[in-house]
Ligand binder design. Structure first.
Ligand SMILES: [Zn+2]
Length: 70
């Protein structure tokens, strides 16, 4: 099961959650402020494909907004 990262625009907190890929586009409720309008900001599979170890990339990435990357 892949690990997805969800970013809360309200408080800026990033959360990681393991969930089926079928649920990847469902918003995750922010555990910090309760906001439910979080956004998936990335997926961390078994290996760090992205390479960079910088955490908390704030939007504007290659996979922002659209969804539907295979
Ligand atoms: Zn929040």
């Amino acid at each position: 099961m892949p690990l997805y990262v969800y970013h809360c625009p309200a408080c800026g907190k990033d959360q990681e959650v393991l969930r089926p890929s079928s649920q990847r586009d469902e918003p995750l409720r922010c555990e910090s402020c309760g906001n439910e309008d979080t956004r998936r900001s990335g997926a961390s599979f078994a290996s760090a494909v992205q390479g960079s170890s910088s955490r908390g990339f704030s939007g504007g990435g290659s996979c922002g907004g659209g969804g539907g990357f295979t």
